[in-house]
Ligand binder design. Structure first.
Ligand SMILES: *Cc1c(COP(=O)(O)O)cnc(C)c1O
Length: 387
C-alpha cells in the first residue's frame, strides 16, 4: 500500500498531512448534478468545506456543475467572496449584531429565519436604498432553524414587504430531521408541511422563488424531495450520508480526503509492556511498536483509543491504548519489517482497502461528518487534481 501512496505528493519533512483531491470533489458534484436534474445543485461548503478547504472545494464544486454554494455562517460567505468566488452564495446563520450591509454589498443571499431576521434584512436594504432579496426558511419539523409556530404571521409580514416593493423572496426552504432514514414517517410529514408552507406563501401573493429541502441523504435516496434545488454537503466530499444503505462507490462517489502520517519511531517491546497513558493496552507477546505522530490536536478522536484503524505496510492495525494529543501507538506485530519514515494511512479510499471516515466514526461512536470536519489546522493540506 505504500507504493500507490508514494505517487501522491507529500510535504517535505511533514509528520502528517491531509491530501485533498479536487478532481474527486468535481466528479462527485457532477454525479450529483446528473442525479438531481432537472433540479439544480447547491454545494454546501460550510465548516471549511467539511475540512477540505473552503476555496478549493468551492472551485471544484463549480467546475463540477454546481449552480450555487451554501454556507452556514455569513463570515464564510464573505470569505468566499474575498477569495474571488462570484457564484450565487446562500447563508443562514448570523446574529443580530451582524453587519448585513456587508452581505448585500457582497451580493450574498441571506436567509430569513425569524421575525427579527426579516426586520434586519429589510432595514439593511433600506439603508442601501434598494429592495431586499432574501430566501426564507420554514421549520417543517426539525425543530432547529427557521420559522416554526409563527409561520402565518411571517407570511403576512413577507407579503406586506413584497407588496411595498421592499422585498423579493428568492427562495423558500427547509431541512429534514431524519433524511438518513428515508422511510421515517417524519420525512413524508416534513415534505407535506413544506408543500403547504409554499402554498401559503403563494396564496398570500408571494412568489416563493427556488424551493429546496434535500441534503445529501435526500438527494441520493429521495427524488420526491428534490424540488428546484438540492443542497448536498457530505456527498460532495465523497462520503455516504447513509452508511447502512450504501458505500460511496454505490452512489458513484469517491472520497476526496486522505490523511497520511509517517512513523517516527519503530521499536521492540516485550510481552506485558503497557502502552500509552493509563496502559489501556498491554502487549500479549514480544512485538514491535510504531509511533504515529498524530493525536487529538490533529482531529484523531480520543474516543477511538484501542479501536481506530490505520493501514501500515498493507495491513490494518488498531490504535494500541489511548490516543494522545500529538501521537498514538500501533502494535505492529513481531514480524513488522518496516522502519521509521514509512507511511501510515489514517483514512483514505474504502474501495482501495484503506480505512475510511466511516470506520473511524464507528470506532469513536460518532459520524463520518465529524471525522473529516475536525482534521486539525496543524496538518498541512496538499491539494491534488486541481484544474
Ligand atoms: C449542512 C447542511 C446541509 C448539507 O447537509 P449534508 O447532510 O452534509 O448533505 C444542507 N442544508 C443545511 C441547512 C445544512 O445545515
Amino acid at each position: 500500500m505504500t507504493a500507490p501512496n508514494a505517487s501522491l505528493p507529500a510535504p517535505a519533512g511533514a509528520s502528517a498531512w491531509v491530501t485533498v483531491d479536487a478532481a474527486a470533489m468535481r466528479d462527485n458534484v457532477a454525479a450529483l448534478v446528473r442525479r438531481a436534474a432537472p433540479a439544480e445543485v447547491m454545494a454546501v461548503v460550510k465548516g471549511d468545506a467539511y475540512g477540505h478547504g473552503l476555496l478549493t472545494a468551492a472551485r471544484a464544486a463549480l467546475a463540477g456543475g454546481a449552480a450555487r454554494l451554501g454556507v452556514a455562517q455569513l463570515e464564510e460567505a464573505l470569505a468566499l467572496r474575498a477569495g474571488g468566488v462570484d457564484a450565487p452564495v446562500l447563508t443562514w446563520i448570523f446574529p443580530p449584531q451582524a453587519d448585513l450591509g456587508r452581505a448585500l454589498d457582497a451580493d450574498v443571499e441571506l436567509t430569513v429565519t425569524s421575525r427579527w431576521t426579516l426586520e434586519a434584512v429589510l432595514a439593511a436594504a433600506r439603508d442601501r436604498g434598494r429592495a431586499a432579496r432574501a430566501q426564507v426558511k420554514v421549520d417543517t419539523g426539525l425543530g432547529r432553524g427557521g420559522v416554526l409556530e409563527d409561520w402565518p404571521e411571517t407570511v403576512a409580514a413577507l407579503a406586506a414587504a413584497v407588496a411595498d416593493g421592499a422585498l423579493e423572496v428568492t427562495g423558500t426552504w427547509s431541512h429534514f430531521a431524519w433524511a438518513d432514514a428515508p422511510q421515517h414517517p417524519t420525512v413524508r410529514a416534513q415534505q407535506e408541511r413544506f408543500v403547504e408552507a409554499v402554498a401559503q406563501l403563494e396564496r398570500a401573493g408571494v412568489d416563493p422563488g427556488v424551493r429546496h429541502l434535500a441534503n445529501s441523504a435526500a438527494t441520493l435516496t429521495n427524488p420526491a424531495a428534490h424540488f428546484d434545488l438540492v443542497r448536498p454537503g457530505l456527498a460532495v466530499y465523497g462520503l455516504s450520508p447513509v452508511p447502512d444503505l450504501g458505500r460511496p462507490a454505490d452512489f458513484g462517489l469517491r472520497e476526496a480526503m486522505r490523511v497520511t502520517a509517517r512513523l517516527t519511531t519503530v521499536k521492540r517491546a516485550r510481552a506485558g509492556q503497557g502502552v500509552s497513558y493509563g496502559h489501556e493496552y498491554t502487549t500479549d507477546r514480544d512485538t514491535v511498536l510504531g509511533l504515529v505522530p498524530m493525536g487529538y490536536a490533529d482531529g484523531v478522536p480520543r474516543h477511538a483509543g484501542n479501536a481506530g484503524p490505520l493501514l501500515v505496510g498493507g495491513r490494518v492495525h488498531r490504535v494500541a491504548g489511548r490516543v494522545c494529543m500529538d501521537q498514538l501507538v500501533l502494535d505492529l506485530g513481531p514480524d513488522f519489517a518496516g522502519a521509521a519514515g514509512d507511511e501510515v494511512v489514517l483514512l483514505g479510499r474504502g474501495a482501495d482497502g484503506e480505512p475510511t471516515a466511516q470506520d473511524w466514526a464507528e470506532a469513536a461512536g460518532t459520524i463520518n461528518y465529524e471525522i473529516v470536519t475536525r482534521m486539525g489546522p496543524r496538518l498541512p493540506r496538499v491539494v491534488v487534481g486541481e484544474a
